[in-house]
Design a protein around this ligand. Sequence first.
Ligand code: PPE
Length: 305
Amino acid sequence: MNGTLVPWDEATIHVGAHVVHYGSAVFEGIRCYTTPEGPAIFRLDAHMERLFNSAKVYWMELPWSPEQLNEAILETIQANRLQSCYIRPVAYRGFGQLGVNPLDCPVEVAILVWEWGKYLGAEALEQGVDVCVSSWNRLAPNTLPAMAKAAANYMNSQLIKVDAVKGGFVEGIALDSQGFVSEGSGENLFVVSKGRLITPPLVSSVLPGITRDTVITLAGRLGVPVDEKAIPREMLYLADELFFTGTAAEVTPIRSVDRRTVGAGRRGPITESLQKAFFDVIEGRIGDEHGWLTPVPATTAVAGS
Ligand code: PPE
C-alpha cells in the first residue's frame, strides 16, 4: 500500500478520502495461476496498460511506473506465499479536500492479493449458468466511459448483478443504451452461431476485456472466425452456444437466458475447445508463444516483510 507491505488489517484509508464520496478509483483484476514451472501471472502487461489507460481518462497521475507496479505485484504475491491468486491493484483519490474537483486529492495505489475460487460457482465451468437480460442498461456513451475500468462503473454492475441474483439467476446481461447486447456485470460475452464467434464491439459500451482479447486470439489459432458486431437481444435465445469471459469468470458457458434454453442447454463443443485452449495456456501446459505468462520467482526472503 503506497509502496510498503502492510498487514491486511492495517490497509485502511480515511473516511474523508475522495474515493469514498465520489467513486474516484480505477482498478484491475488479474489472476496468477500455478504452472509446472511455479506460479505465473496471466497477461500482467496488458492489465497494467489498461490500468494506466483508465487513470489517464480520469486525470489520475500514478506515483509509480508500470514497471514498479509489476515489481510490487510480484513482491506482494511472494510475501503472501501464494501459488495461485487473484490480484487487485487499485489507484484511488485519497484525502485532500471534499468537493467534486479531484485534482487536489492525492492518487494512492494499493495491491491486494487473495485466493479466489470460481467466480460463478464451482459447477459453472462445466454445467453453464442460468442468466437473465437485465432491466438496467449498460453505461450510455459519453456518460461514464466504459473503456476505463473505474470503480464508479460498478454501481451500474451492482444494479445488474443484484437484480439477477434476487430473480434467481447467477448473472445478468445488460443491453447498451441502443438496446443491443453489451456485457455481463463483470464479464464480456460471446455468441456462437453457425460455427462463428460474435462479440459486441467497443461501441456497445463493453470493457475491452483481456480475456475477450485472449479468446479472440485463441479462436484464430483454432480456425474459428470472430466477428465484432452489434448483437440483438433475441440472438441470445437463438445462439448455438453462449459464454462469458473475464479474469474472475474465466470462460464460463451460459446454458439459459431469460429461462430459454441456449442450444443443447449445456456447454457446447466450441465453448469447450476454447475453454481447453484457455486453461492450457494459463496453466502453462502448452508453450507461451505470446509471452502472456510472467513467472513469480520463488524466494525465501522478501524485502520489507
Ligand atoms: N466487463 C466487465 C464489466 C468486467 O468487470 C470485466 C472484468 C470484464 C468485462 C472482463 O474483463 P477481463 O477481466 O479483462 O477479461 N471483471 C473483473 C472484476 C470482477 C469483480 O467482481 O470484481 C474480473 O473479472 O476480474
